[in-house]
Design a protein around this ligand. Structure first.
Ligand code: RTP
Length: 155
């Protein structure tokens, strides 16, 4: 049988504090599961300031940077790494445009959010950032390597 190697790419996806507060964790994780990506790391995390600032360092000159960091620190976030072919671009599509009012219906932000400053979820914007953000939020060697079983629970 042909084998397909899909350990090609990872995306760091994070449910922001508003997503946790609003009880959207299951809804958001479910969308990535149903799409078919593989969950390889997961934690609920009260983020320290230095990690939030490092994560968003490219935006440090923006006027909203302080408010953005405060928002990310305002409650626990759910940190995840999803793996699969094309996962970075696909996750951004599932998430939708940065401004939820511009995001298409059917996307997470299009269906579930209104404000740009409360847009419920983050997804890496490149494969390189997927690796960088995974190292930042989980450290090295945090990914769980696993293969789908042949449904032994049905036998
Ligand atoms: P993310 O990194 O969270 O996935 O978002 P993104 O790539 O879609 O958007 P980016 O431009 O990188 O902005 C990062 C986050 O900053 C907040 N933001 N606030 N008040 C504002 O005008 C504004 N603009 C951006 C959002 O939370 C955005 O997701």
């Amino acid at each position: 049988a042909a084998t397909l190697s899909i350990r090609s790419e990872i995306s760091y996806v994070m449910i922001k504090p508003d997503g946790v507060q609003r009880g959207l964790v299951g809804e958001i994780i479910g969308r990535f599961e149903r799409k078919g990506f593989k969950l390889v790391a997961l934690k609920l995390f009260q983020c320290p300031k230095d990690i939030a600032e490092e994560h968003y360092k490219d935006l440090s000159s923006k006027p909203f940077f302080g408010a953005l960091v405060e928002y990310i620190l305002s409650g626990p976030v759910v940190c995840m790494v999803w793996e699969g072919a094309g996962v970075v671009k696909s996750a951004r599509k599932l998430i939708g445009a940065t401004n939820p009012l511009e995001a298409e219906p059917g996307t997470i932000r299009g269906d579930l959010a209104v404000q740009v400053g409360r847009n419920v979820v983050h997804g890496s914007d490149s494969a390189e950032n997927g690796e960088r953000e995974t190292a930042l939020w989980f450290g090295k060697d945090a990914l769980v390597s696993w293969e789908p079983a042949l449904a032994p629970w049905l036998i």
